[in-house]
Design a protein around this ligand. Structure first.
Ligand code: SAM
Ligand code: SF4
Length: 469
């Protein structure tokens, strides 16, 4: 049987061969790879295949330890926070795992008007968020296609009040043609995200029954079109549970390397969604290649070692317990207080409601998530400085690679959490936050930076906002 074609960047035969070749690694081989990974230069495919093949739990602990060291060295204790905003659940695709699929006739469909989008944004701002991830099904109202999304972006950025504003808007919408990516870029988006769901072509074809997304190559080559159109920060991902997670991890790395080779910069982020139950979806209820918790932790740790400078995003699909474990292993961005139905923030209750895309594992509000992070020693960050200072794409990676980003990110995290504590936090969270700010200031080695930061913290306490490096 001939090997199916995988487009220019995924060499499926190579991935399968690498996984087969390294099926039974020795402890020594694993330890040598972990020693290399600690140098922060990433890993080769064959090294990743060796780590993925390991079945010894004690050695997995060593992998986790190495991932913690890499995470700590590059990202310190920061965790960047965002909230998703779903603007429509109408969709012309038939992805079998998703409640928004066109064949799900039971779903209550809705696309938000500008006034509704503004109301949702205001609620998100009032909770304390500064970053939104705009999400949509692939069917936009009106005759102007992506124009609906562009107007939504304008609306979201336009919501300003004395309670704050959205300072960075990332977008997760269906694959577009190059001119539409140009329009999206002109709206001032941060990262453009699109998940390949599965890189395994036969599985992709069986999961995507109809609609534009059923074209594997159109979907796979979307990031090439986006970057050609000038979008500098892109986020890739796989929906874990559709096919063997080890194949997906190696394919994600192929995709990342392809973008780096072609555009001089790899993806800004990798997302690791795991399939959750979705209304009426047998696939979502019983995923064909479900990833157990332990393997999920492994894949996050291995990605952290393989691409140390690429952000890893974890959503509220996961519950609080597993999220806590993932933070230490490599996750750098998390969503909090999410709703996955259009208009969800304007509704009061939590959990699965009519119109949701999937059920959530973490229902806590932002203040509870922040308090939990602070108690665990993490510094929640609402920083949006790089994007607004033009430190994007290759410029960002140039800064990030020698670790210089720490000199911006850590102080900016402190400034933005201070704003949050002043404007939104409960008393208990404020006390936890002030203690962590104190400890974080002590850890700053440069006297000049520490003094300047202390001055700025006083200015924030006195009412100034949006200070950043
Ligand atoms: N419609 C666009 C698309 O499919 O690329 C973008 C938005 S879609 C709402 C965002 C992501 O949700 C999808 O890429 C998919 O990975 C994820 N998703 C869909 N169904 C899911 C489920 N049952 N559990 C977890 N994630 C799911
Ligand atoms: Fe539509 Fe995206 Fe859901 Fe597929 S995953 S049905 S494209 S919203």
């Amino acid at each position: 049987m001939s090997t199916p074609s995988y487009g220019p960047c995924i060499d499926a035969a190579q991935i399968t061969a690498a996984l087969a070749r390294h099926a039974d690694p020795t402890p020594q081989a694993i330890r040598e790879i972990l020693a290399q990974a600690r140098d922060l230069n990433g890993l080769r495919d064959q090294d990743v295949a060796v780590l993925l093949a390991n079945t010894d739990r004690d050695l997995d602990e060593e992998v986790f330890h190495a991932a913690r060291v890499v995470k700590e060295t590059i990202y310190g204790n920061r965790l960047v926070l965002f909230a998703p905003l779903y603007i429509t659940n109408k969709c012309r695709n038939d992805c079998r795992y998703c409640a928004f699929r066109v064949s799900n006739k039971a779903l209550v469909r809705r696309d938000l008007t500008p006034a509704e989008i503004a109301r949702e944004t205001q609620i998100i701002i009032d909770e304390g968020h500064k970053r939104i991830l705009l999400v949509a099904g692939e069917q936009y109202p009106g005759s102007d296609g992506i124009g609906y999304v562009c107007r939504a972006i304008e609306t979201i950025y336009g919501v300003k009040s004395n309670r704050g504003e959205i300072r960075r808007l990332n977008v997760n919408v269906a694959a577009l043609a190059e001119p539409d990516y140009r329009r999206l870029n002109e709206c001032g988006i941060g990262t453009y995200q699109l998940f390949q769901e599965t890189y395994h072509r036969p599985t992709y074809q069986s999961m995507h029954v109809s609609g534009p997304k059923s074209d594997y190559d159109w979907h796979l080559e979307a990031m090439d079109r986006a970057m050609t159109a000038g979008i500098e920060d892109v986020g890739i991902g796989a929906l874990f549970g559709l096919y063997d997670y080890r194949f997906e991890v190696l394919a994600l790395l192929h995709h990342a390397r392809h973008l780096e080779d072609r555009f001089g910069v790899g993806p800004h982020t990798i997302s690791v969604p795991r399939i959750e139950p979705a209304a009426g979806s047998a696939v979502a209820l019983n995923p064909p290649a479900a990833v157990r918790d332990h393997d999920f932790l492994r894949l996050i740790a291995i990605l952290r070692l393989a691409v140390p400078y690429t952000g890893i995003i974890l959503s509220t699909r996961e519950n609080a317990t597993i999220r806590r474990q993932c933070f230490a292993l490599g996750v750098s961005q998390i969503s909090a207080s999410s709703r996955t139905n259009p208009g969800g923030y304007s509704e009061a209750a939590t959990g699965m409601r009519s119109g949701s895309q999937f059920s959530l594992g973490d229902h806590r509000n932002l203040d509870e998530v922040i308090a939990d992070c602070l108690e665990l020693g993490y510094l929640p960050s609402f920083c949006t400085a790089c994007y607004r200072s033009g430190r994007t794409g290759a410029d960002f990676m140039e800064l990030a690679k020698p670790g210089l980003i720490k000199e911006y990110c850590q102080p900016n995290a402190i400034l933005t959490i201070k704003e949050y504590l002043q404007d939104y936090a409960s008393e208990e969270t404020r006390a936890l936050g002030e203690r962590l700010i104190g400890r974080s200031l002590e850890a700053i080695a440069t006297d000049g930076l520490r003094c300047d930061l202390c001055d700025r913290l006083v200015r924030i306490a006195n009412g100034e906002r949006d200070l950043f490096y």
